[in-house]
Design a protein around this ligand. Structure first.
Ligand code: ZN
Length: 83
């Protein structure tokens, strides 16, 4: 594994949370207890989780400018930049 000097979403020292749906699928499209929102622990950034891999994910977070996780990206994202 190549260390490019940046932290990955999957690294142990990055902190994100997943919120599960608290309502039936008829209310928000997510079954009760199904992961629905992926969010940053350090600021208000969050995205809706979907089954579509082209939808926004951790690489599309709009972190606050002073968020310590502002530059956390997935390894996939970094590979696109470096290859
Ligand atoms: Zn953040």
């Amino acid at each position: 594994m190549t260390d490019l000097g940046a932290r990955s979403f999957a690294d142990r020292d990055t902190e994100f949370y997943i919120d599960e749906s608290k309502t039936p699928v008829t209310v928000d499209g997510y079954a009760k207890g199904e992961p629905m929102i992926l969010g940053c622990r350090y600021c208000s950034a969050q995205v809706l989780l979907t089954r579509d891999p082209t939808d926004p994910g951790v690489d599309d977070f709009s972190h606050d400018t002073d968020c310590p996780q502002r530059f956390v990206r997935s390894r996939w994202f970094r590979r696109q930049l470096t290859e």
